[in-house]
Design a protein around this ligand. Structure first.
Ligand SMILES: Cc1cc2nc3c(=O)[nH]c(=O)nc-3n(C[C@H](O)[C@H](O)[C@H](O)COP(=O)(O)OP(=O)(O)OC[C@H]3O[C@@H](n4cnc5c(N)ncnc54)[C@H](O)[C@@H]3O)c2cc1C
Length: 148
């Protein structure tokens, strides 16, 4: 006989999306029953447990996009979460460099997007960074993001 299991909310997939969705549901509806289905033996088995671990700053996305908005908001939310729960974070900067002069317009566009998206960025080569590129103007060859 088929057993019928009832739940107020059913979340499928125990990656970061499923887990944070289930967590948000729990916070919003404390008395609701929430079921999370995961096909693997544990959560975060795929992309969420095997990614590069970069907390993206948000300068790749065009400024008026939802991606840019959520990237920025998510960056701040993760930082708050990490601080609140005493977790470790590598609070490093990100350096974006060009390989050739032809790439300078793209670099400038990323810098512009970063500024529009509220990412703390500086242009110019950071102290101590050695770069070997064919660009003629070394001061233009990189941007540094302080929110990564
Ligand atoms: C190589 C790589 C590097 C990345 N680096 C970064 C990074 O540095 N920073 C960053 O922010 N993002 C990074 N990302 C992106 C980020 O990891 C993903 O966007 C994010 O993990 C996606 O989460 P998810 O929950 O949607 O998917 P997943 O983590 O893939 O979770 C989906 C879950 O659903 C389960 N599932 C699937 N089908 C079923 C089913 N029918 N029934 C039950 N369960 C099911 C899967 O087993 C899995 O556990 C990277 C991605 C990749 C691939």
């Amino acid at each position: 006989m088929t057993e019928i299991y009832q739940s107020d909310y059913l979340v499928i997939g125990g990656g970061i999306m499923g887990l944070t969705t289930a967590r948000a549901l729990r916070e919003k509806f404390p008395s609701a029953s929430i079921t999370l289905l995961e096909k693997e033996p544990d959560v975060a088995f795929h992309a969420s447990g095997r990614n590069s671990g970069v907390l993206h700053a948000g300068f790749y996305y065009s400024a008026d996009s939802l991606k840019a908005h959520f990237c920025r908001a998510g960056n701040e939310a993760w930082r708050d979460y990490v601080a609140k729960h005493g977790l470790r974070i590598n609070d490093c900067k990100k350096v974006v460099v060009t390989q050739s002069e032809e790439e300078l317009p793209t670099l400038h566009e990323l810098f512009r997007r970063g500024q529009a998206n509220g990412v703390r960025s500086t242009s110019g080569r950071p102290d101590g960074l050695v770069m070997r590129t064919s660009c003629t103007d070394p001061s233009e060859r990189s941007i540094t993001s302080t929110v990564t």
